[in-house]
Design a binder for this molecule. Structure first.
Ligand code: KIV
Length: 253
């Protein structure tokens, strides 16, 4: 840590100390400020914002301009937490494009960038790291590939998927990623990967044995009540409380 700001080294040190890493998504100023006040060390302006904030059917519609807009809003909260931003779909097709897109997100206020994929995007990841931009990997179910894959599929059930996950995770760590999000990976495979890697795994729907856990904050708080993933147990039904408060206010007019 320096000046209280969480660094990538601190996130890695948390794993070394056996301390669970809490991570949540944040898409604007108030939520970033609130989550930071709660001491969440890792925040992500995820492209999930396309679905839970912008109303798109999936994350492939999110643009670079939209990511920059939301990262700027989140960064205005000046969080102590390490604040990441997702590289949107098709913004990292080549190493040159990956670095240019990453620089835009960093200029908007992100402390690190995240992109989906392993060996398939290794030249891009190496270029990002060589440009001194902190990088977080994302393996398992890749939401930006939902259309090609025909749905959100759990990964790690088939032998070839397990082999690929291990090879991808090792390649990301070797390339200099400081952490890897594991999304919808079968819990035993996620546990095995977490034990083998020196860098932290941050699970989402991948069982309890990852080094940290990330959730889409509206899923946790119930502010997007129209769909909640099966693996999330909301801690609050905020939508219901908001409906009640609004209805009550209308009644008193
Ligand atoms: O887009 C997102 O919010 C994410 C997290 C769920 C990991 O990628």
């Amino acid at each position: 840590m320096s000046n209280g700001k969480i660094t990538t080294a601190e996130i890695i040190a948390m794993k070394a100390r056996g301390e669970k890493i809490a991570a949540l998504t944040a898409y604007d100023y108030p939520m970033t400020r609130l989550l930071d006040e709660c001491g969440v060390p890792l925040l992500l302006v995820g492209d999930s914002l396309g679905m839970v904030v912008l109303g798109y059917s999936d994350t492939t519609h999110v643009t670079m301009d939209e990511m920059e807009h939301h990262i700027r809003a989140a960064a205005r909260a000046k969080p102590r937490a390490l604040l990441g931003g997702d590289l949107p779909y098709r913004s990292y097709e080549t190493p040159t494009e990956a670095v240019a897109s990453s620089r835009r997100l960093i200029a908007a206020g992100a402390d690190f960038v995240k992109a989906e994929g392993g060996r398939a995007i290794l030249p891009q990841i190496k270029a990002i790291v060589a440009a001194n931009i902190p990088f977080c990997g994302h393996l398992g179910m890749l939401p930006q590939h939902v259309l090609e894959e025909g749905g959100y599929k759990i990964k790690g059930r088939k032998d070839e998927e397990i082999v690929a996950l291990h090879a991808d995770a090792a390649a990301l760590a070797e390339a200099g990623a400081f952490a890897i999000v594991l999304e919808l990976v079968t819990p035993p495979v996620a546990k095995d990967l977490s034990q083998k890697l020196a860098i932290p795994t941050i699970g989402i729907g991948s069982g309890p044995d990852c080094d940290g856990q990330i959730l889409v904050t509206p899923d946790l708080l119930g502010t997007f009540p129209w769909f909640t993933p099966k693996f999330v147990k909301p801690k609050l039904n905020a939508a219901e409380e908001m409906r009640a408060a609004i209805t009550e206010w209308k009644r008193t007019l």
